[in-house]
Structure formats: structure tokens, C-alpha cells
Design a protein around this ligand. Structure first.
Ligand code: AMP
Length: 284
């Protein structure tokens, strides 16, 4: 099958593609991904298309953000299918870098935030966010988009990118894409294909727990202890290990004991059937 989408296999090629779009007066929106795309990724492409005039995506399974080599090896990949999905969604160009291209043999320039990466995901995945912020900075410099879309599925990552763009004065608007779920509530993730049918059923306990907490919040419950216990209750007999259930303030991601009137989020990470899953919900 022929693709109208421009496939860029070098920094030079993606810069040329983006320059050509900008020369035609187009505002360029960027959607970075690790591939094995699903409807969640496609929703970000659509949001980028709505916010901008042309969309550029990237597919790169970034080795430096995997703290577990087995997780990196098991990460699902299907570039031909991804290209088809991106093209159907109206993506103008896709950047497909290789690890060797991104990380030169003498590489030593890391981007590391001081506070936002310390808790939640960062506490359980040492070095993960250093890999994320570094690769996103590199991708921003390679692609040079006007805007970039990140999903709320990875809420801590989204906050870290927003802070990095502010701190380092990247001239890039960061757009938040809402979390997309399967019809039964499971947060879409490339890792879901690694769940057995039985584990997938148990994985529903995560969204069920978050929805239970949301229902309680809507009835006026504000205590972290009570809201987190509602999630833990659902996870108890369905997950092998719960890494965290945290109630946090939305901007700093600091743990809070009571929501009060602040916008806040419940963040969850748990292992189901040997797969590490994360999810979150906004309480406001
Ligand atoms: P990934 O390929 O997992 O690195 O994700 C690439 C982008 O897609 C990130 O900005 C994610 O937050 C976003 N994303 C992944 N899953 C979802 C989802 N279920 N809903 C919305 N965005 C998502």
C-alpha cells in the first residue's frame, strides 16, 4: 500500500518536511508516540488537527525511559499498521528515528527536572522521567513544531513536559488530550495487548475503583483516605501488586489529605497479569 504520509527517517528529513509546511503558512502540531497505536493516540492526532493546520507524529520506543529491560523488549511494535492509522487520521508526516540517531556514542546531555519526577511514577521507575524529558526535548528540537499534544493518560508526564517547556522557553504550545477508555472503562494502552483475557477482566478493577471514587467525590466526599480506600477496595483481589493510589493536587502533583476546593487527581499504578498499568481520574 502506498502512503501519502511523508515518512522521515532522519532529523534532516523531518526538519525539511516541517519547514515546507511552515513555509505554506501552516501551524504544525506534533504528536510524539512509542507506536502500537490505538484510539487514544488517534484522538491526539485529531486534537492536533483541530488546533493546528498540519500534524506531524513520531514513533520512537525510547530506550532511556525504560527502567526494566524486559519491558523494553516486550514493548509491542507494528510500524506498517501505525503508518496506516496515522495516514487515515490525516497525519502529514511521521518521524521514525532510531536509538543510534537520537543518542550519539558520546551522548551526555540529559534534561532532568528537580521535583515533579520524584513521586508517583518516578518513585517506582528510577530514571524514567529523565529519559522522557530528554527525548521530548530532543524531539522538539528535531521537529520544531508550533504545538504538541500529550495525553492525560500519563498525567505526571504531561505535567513534567508542561514544566520543561516553561522552564526552558521552548516556543511550543502544549495541548492536553483527554484520556480515552475502552467501552468497558479500561484506559487504552499499547500494553493492554499483553493482558490475557482473564487478566484484562481483572484490570477493569482499576477504572471501576476510580469511578467509585469519582461517584463518592460527586456526593461530597473529599478525604484522601476515604477516596483512596474506595480504589484499593476494588484492586484488592484483582491485582498482584498495587504500586500506589495517590490523591494529588493537579498542578504540583503533591499528595493531599483532603481535596477541599482544589482541582485534584487520583493516580493509580498496579500490576495485573504481569503487566504494569497506570490510570487516573480528575476530581473537580
Ligand atoms: P505512548 O505511545 O504510550 O508513549 O503515548 C503517546 C501519547 O499518547 C502520550 O501523550 C500518551 O499520554 C498518549 N496516550 C496514551 N494512551 C492514551 C489514552 N488512553 N488516552 C489519551 N492519550 C493517551
Amino acid at each position: 500500500m502506498t502512503h501519502n504520509i511523508i515518512v522521515c527517517e532522519s532529523v534532516q528529513a523531518v526538519r525539511a518536511a516541517v519547514s515546507a509546511l511552515k513555509l505554506r503558512g501552516k501551524k504544525v502540531g506534533f504528536v510524539p508516540t512509542m507506536g502500537y497505536l490505538h484510539e487514544g493516540h488517534v484522538s491526539l492526532v485529531r486534537l492536533a488537527a483541530k488546533t493546528c493546520d498540519a500534524v506531524v507524529a513520531s514513533i520512537f520506543v525510547n530506550p532511556t525511559q525504560f527502567n526494566d529491560p524486559k519491558d523494553l523488549e516486550a514493548y509491542p511494535r507494528d510500524i506498517p499498521r501505525d503508518l496506516q492509522l496515522l495516514e487515515q487520521a490525516g497525519t502529514a508526516a511521521v518521524f521514525l528515528p532510531t536509538p543510534a540517531m537520537m543518542y550519539g556514542s558520546q551522548f551526555e546531555s540529559w534534561v532532568e527536572l528537580q521535583k515533579l519526577p520524584l513521586q508517583h511514577e518516578g518513585a517506582h521507575r528510577p530514571g524514567h522521567f529523565r529519559g522522557v524529558s530528554t527525548v521530548v526535548a530532543m524531539l522538539f528540537n528535531a521537529v520544531q513544531p508550533d504545538a504538541a499534544v500529550f495525553g492525560e493518560k500519563d498525567f505526571q508526564q504531561l505535567r513534567i513536559i508542561e514544566q520543561m517547556v516553561t522552564d526552558l522557553h521552548f516556543p511550543i504550545q502544549i495541548v492536553r488530550g483527554p484520556l480515552v477508555r475502552e467501552s468497558d472503562g479500561l484506559a487504552m494502552s499499547s500494553r493492554n495487548v499483553r493482558l490475557s483475557a482473564e487478566a484484562r477482566q481483572r484490570a477493569l478493577s482499576i477504572s471501576k475503583g476510580l469511578f467509585a471514587a469519582e461517584a463518592a467525590y460527586k456526593k461530597g466526599e473529599r478525604s484522601a483516605e476515604v477516596l483512596c480506600a474506595l480504589v484499593q477496595e476494588k484492586l484488592k483481589n484483582n491485582t498482584e501488586k498495587v504500586e500506589y493510589v495517590h490523591l494529588v493536587e493537579e498542578s504540583t502533583l503533591n499528595l493531599i489529605s483532603n481535596c477541599g476546593n482544589m482541582p485534584c487527581r487520583l493516580l493509580v499504578a498496579a500490576f495485573v497479569g504481569g503487566v504494569r498499568l497506570i490510570d487516573n481520574i480528575r476530581l473537580n
